[in-house]
Design a protein around this ligand. Structure first.
Ligand code: NDP
Ligand code: PYC
Length: 338
């Protein structure tokens, strides 16, 4: 028997029911369900349905407000700010999106600074849609202290991803989305669950010694930045842009110890949107295509984003496959017993 499969709409509806049954507003349920279902469809497993128990446990702990109403502030010709009011970052982005795009199109560039927000998801769903509208987008979000800065002895930074999306003539947008740690925290959790070691250089144990044991990283140990001092500098930049600039918390600045079950980092997010129609000759998407073609010519077969697009094509044809256990677990959550 093949694993059961759902269409994107079916999975979104199932996840939306789960969020609603666990106390979120309709807007929040819709926004988180769309994000999580898209990650599952694209094979982004560290941020697909794997995350549902964490969302629910954070909501149940009272740490995140699933009914928060974001407050959008029109700060300047190229600057929008949102107070997510202790809720999730995705509905805050939705609330500010139209204003952000209209500012980017008139000024050529606009910034969205989200604060007082929880981001527990992949970052590419926040940027890819801008590129599908012909815009270039860059986003950063910080998370929770679990990464040792290069040369330091204790964790301070979060796993702090950076995502970028650009329109490209004749093909899907060029998108990358990467943690600035050697591994995303979610991938360490998955490795621990599956009894796999993580690659050397990923993390250290509670004594600061290098380890490939995911349990040692998760329980008292920490992750390392990717690329030594270079990834560490990018992670520092993510802290500054996501927290210092937006008015959000640094990854080390919040204390969730009084909310057992809390898992969603309470931080900030920055999104920069650029309108390439303002560039000379309006030729950005064509230039992007030229670069991609040259990358292929020199032998790079797989570009960042391509694996997700292939997974998406397959899911669009054959549905999104879930193990019977995962589907049962989701159905139990939707019925309010999970
Ligand atoms: P990966 O290392 O799996 O991938 C990073 C990027 O590199 C992706 O764009 C990926 O494209 C691309 N890529 C991977 N392998 C290759 C290859 N062989 N050739 C070319 N390109 C390649 O991602 P991470 O583990 O760093 O991050 C996973 C997710 O975790 C991200 O979505 C991130 O946003 C999320 N995250 C969220 C956090 C939060 O606070 N909300 C914190 C940290 C991480 P493709 O996708 O097509 O494979
Ligand atoms: O996988 O590192 C991670 C992560 C942190 C917050 C959400 N995802």
């Amino acid at each position: 028997m093949p694993d059961p499969s759902l269409s994107l709409v079916e999975l979104e509806q199932l996840l939306e029911r789960i969020f609603l049954n666990h106390g979120t507003s309709q807007d929040v349920a819709r926004s988180l369900a769309a994000n999580c279902a898209a990650a599952q469809r694209d094979g982004a497993h560290s941020h697909g349905v794997f995350r549902m128990p964490g969302y629910l446990s954070s909501l149940a702990s009272g740490w995140v407000d699933g009914r928060a109403v974001p407050l959008v502030e029109d700060i300047a010709s190229g600057y929008v700010s949102v107070d997510a009011a202790g809720g999730f970052a995705q509905p805050a982005l939705q609330a500010a999106r139209a204003l952000l795009v209209s500012k980017a199109r008139s000024a050529g560039i606009a910034v969205l600074a989200i604060r007082n927000s929880h981001h527990f998801a992949a970052l590419w769903p926040d940027v890819e849609p801008f590129a599908r509208e012909g815009l270039v987008a860059l986003s950063v979000v910080n998370s929770m202290t679990c990464v040792v800065p290069h040369g330091a002895s204790k964790p301070l930074f979060g796993t702090n991803p950076i995502a970028f999306a650009a329109p490209c003539e004749g093909r899907d947008p060029v998108v990358f989305d990467m943690a600035t740690s050697a591994l995303a925290h979610g991938d360490v959790q998955i490795a621990a669950r599956e009894g796999r070691q993580v690659p050397p250089g990923s993390g250290v144990d509670r004594d600061g010694q290098p380890t490939t044991d995911p349990a040692a990283i998760l329980h008292g140990g920490a992750l390392l930045p990717f690329g030594a001092h270079k990834g560490s500098a990018l992670s520092m930049m993510v802290e500054l842009l996501s927290a210092a600039l937006t008015g959000g918390h640094f990854s080390f600045e919040f204390d969730w110890s009084r909310h057992p079950g809390a898992q969603t980092p309470w931080t900030g997010q920055l999104i920069i949107v650029i309108d390439p129609a303002k560039s000379p000759g309006h030729g950005f998407a064509g230039r992007c295509r030229e670069l991609v073609e040259r990358m292929h010519e020199v032998g790079q077969a797989r570009l960042s984003g391509d694996r997700r697009y292939r997974a998406r094509e397959m899911a669009d044809r054959e549905g999104i496959r879930l193990t019977p256990e995962h589907l049962q677990q989701l159905q139990a959550m939707a019925a309010g017993v999970g």
